[in-house]
Design a protein around this ligand. Structure first.
Ligand SMILES: *Cc1c(COP(=O)(O)O)cnc(C)c1O
Length: 301
């Protein structure tokens, strides 16, 4: 296993807020190219590649595609990115990076992409020796990597609440499985509109024998929907960056941190408790957001 997967994220304090101690797990600075939960989710998929190509799926701004492309360069394996939608006239930051590191890109129509069975069958036929990773790294191996990460953290630190963003729910399922007792509550902040994620997570948990039922998905901080970013959120993120010297991505962690601070103000958390916010990385997505909206984000190195 490559040393990349042994990296332990640091924990920074964000100080005391409304009687609670708030820390942040810095998944964003684990590695300059592969950030946050995408490293944890790729770990077990990339364990025994044996010269096989690795194929996965994602949108044109996908953090997962970016991470896989970066990993393929670092670990010298062949990667194939199946991208949802027609090839754009000019490649955005994510796809340009993928191309530069020699990821082979395949573009498929949105309707074909939606039909998962057909999509998988088509690419299995086309690349019969490929290792196939589901979109976002949402798989049992992905969940295992996330679970392990949180177990390591909790061996050294105790928290009453662990707050993280939720996309597919794989990271959250792994986190729930990593906390055997009820004393730690896992709170997921949905990056998507709707409240279907708890059910999906429940489904993952059935396979995991997870015992901690002390978790919930909060679904009113999506800020207008997946990959939508309001001016208010941009301002919040920029203020946060100026105050703490930490950048937040506008699609996932920005919404979670916004939600946590809003809930702190509303005294949602029990007083005198310890809260860990998990920064799941994804800062490369800022480029895509700026390409789409032209909204400038504060930068830090
Ligand atoms: C992919 C991603 C998530 C969502 O993780 P899931 O395991 O799909 O729920 C959260 N944050 C960032 C930065 C991501 O890139």
């Amino acid at each position: 296993m490559h040393a990349l997967f042994d990296l332990h994220p640091t924990i920074d304090s964000l100080g005391n807020h409304h009687g609670c101690q708030v820390d942040i797990l810095r998944g964003d600075i684990l590695h300059p190219a592969i950030s946050g939960n995408k490293i944890w989710k790729l770990k077990y998929h990339l364990e025994n590649i044996n010269n096989r190509p690795v194929l996965s799926f994602g949108g044109a701004y996908s953090n997962h595609i970016f991470a896989l492309a970066a990993a393929s360069k670092l670990l010298s394996f062949k990667s194939i990115g199946v991208i949802r939608g027609e090839k754009p006239k000019t490649l955005g930051y994510t796809l340009q990076f993928a191309k530069n590191v020699n990821m082979h890109l395949e573009y498929v129509s949105r309707s074909f992409y939606k039909d998962r069975n057909k999509l998988y069958q088509y690419f299995l036929n086309k690349y019969p020796d490929a290792i196939i990773i589901p979109e976002g790294g949402a798989s049992s191996q992905g969940i295992k990597g996330c679970s392990e990460l949180l177990k390591n953290v909790l061996e050294q630190h105790l928290y009453d609440y662990i707050c993280l963003p939720v996309g597919t729910g794989a990271t959250m399922a792994g986190f729930i499985a990593a906390t055997p007792t009820f004393s730690t509550q896992i709170i997921g902040f949905s990056a998507l509109k709707g409240d279907f994620l708890a059910k999906i997570i429940q489904g993952y948990l059935l396979d995991l024998n997870a015992r901690n039922k002390n978790w919930q998905v909060i679904s009113n901080y999506h800020g207008g929907g997946y990959a939508k970013c309001s001016q208010e959120l941009v301002s919040f993120i920029n203020q946060f960056t100026r105050k703490f010297d930490i950048m937040l991505d506008p699609i996932y962690t920005g919404k979670t941190v916004y939600g946590v601070f809003d809930l702190l103000q509303k005294e949602f958390f029990k007083p005198n408790t310890k809260i860990l916010i998990v920064h799941t990385g994804g800062l490369q997505g800022i480029h895509g957001m700026e390409e789409k909206q032209g909204t400038p984000f504060e930068k830090r190195v």
